[in-house]
Design a protein around this ligand. Sequence first.
Ligand SMILES: Cc1cc2nc3c(=O)[nH]c(=O)nc-3n(C[C@H](O)[C@H](O)[C@H](O)COP(=O)(O)OP(=O)(O)OC[C@H]3O[C@@H](n4cnc5c(N)ncnc54)[C@H](O)[C@@H]3O)c2cc1C
Length: 406
Amino acid sequence: MSAHARVVVIGGGVAGCSIAYHLACHGWRDILVLDRGELTGGSTFHSAGLVGQLRSSVALTRINMASVDLYDRLATDTGRDPGWRKVGSLRLASSGERLRELERQAGWARTFGFPMTLLSAREACDRFPLMSPEGIEGALYMPTDGYIDPAGLAGALAEGARARGVRFLTGVGVTGITVTRGRVSAVVTAEGPIACEIVVNAAGIWAHEVGALAGVTVPVVPMAHEYLVTKPIEGVERGFPTMRDPDRLVYFREEVGGLLMGGYERDPAPWGLDGIPGDFTHRLLAPDWERFRPLMESAITRVPALAGAEVVRLINGPEAFTPDGEFILGEAPGVRGFFVAAGFCAHGIAGAGGVGGVMAEWIVEGRPSLDLWRMDLRRFGPQYADRALACGQATEVYSTYYDIKR
Ligand SMILES: Cc1cc2nc3c(=O)[nH]c(=O)nc-3n(C[C@H](O)[C@H](O)[C@H](O)COP(=O)(O)OP(=O)(O)OC[C@H]3O[C@@H](n4cnc5c(N)ncnc54)[C@H](O)[C@@H]3O)c2cc1C
């Protein structure tokens, strides 16, 4: 193992792979990605893979648009198909208030050219005929959304990075970070230290622990998130758009002729607050049917065919949430050269392409081209070292994920 690298990226999930890829595209060399387990063995491998671009802020919507722009050309660029399916998406309004929210969002998103159409209930059902039209006031249709194979995405980004000279080492965990006169100078591993100029903490649900190694508070909170996958259902077609019914707290997409359905329960489950088990790599949590039941009941009222469907599996995996529901990006205020990209609040696959781009700009040019203050690590004061505070707020963010933002 080389004892020096210009940049050490900690974490080989979609975020770490994307940042390494974009840094290499900027012409940077001597980049090393370290992962304590296998690439994608954190949250990435068990993600549902939906890629929705429209979010509650302009900056995040633009980041997600940059992701789609990248996913469109990644197979050609890297020679590896990431499994990108640009099937479009529907976002339903199952209440008058939600319809007004969608109209507001459509208004501002049009100002920067995000493609979308406002549909009637009938038009929405034509695109997803298994849906009951009951209570639908309207829907937004976004033709450039879709879904992607999360491990395929990370694999393609890693391939593109490798082709530009990035090195990847798996099974090597970072156990210490050396800071010299306010600047990061090395990472410590069981194989020995690696001197470096820049460290990127892209450690997902471990980002809090990795931050602590450098004395930096990264208030991510692992939260258990669930979705189920059914066997083929008659009438489900491969070209179905993804569909979200935020008033019912659920989302759907097609999966091998059946449906994948998940959502954000009102009673969330933080996990691993006393430390994540050392052997937790490429692992899931036990399915929690009791917690999932209200979402299942709610989903059946929108897609009645689910009631008779055979469930193949219920996936339950941890994901990094933050106290305000925004990503955590940027350079640590007290430790120069120590960057963070974590806390993706269950939309890290949608964000990965764009996040890699803005993080590479931040590292190479000293600042990103977008105003990212709402996602900047520096927005959190020292009080966020208190895990109970971070956990309480992240739990509230999760339980109100789909609520109308005013
Ligand atoms: C059930 C579920 C469904 C989801 N569905 C969607 C979806 O539909 N759409 C969407 O956009 N997002 C979704 N997400 C969220 C998405 O999967 C995550 O946001 C994304 O995968 C996070 O990627 P990451 O690279 O930040 O973290 P991870 O994939 O967790 O990668 C972090 C890596 O860091 C490594 N690491 C940690 N500590 C160390 C250390 N000390 N030294 C070396 N390596 C270390 C880990 O081994 C790990 O591989 C979902 C998440 C879950 C749990």
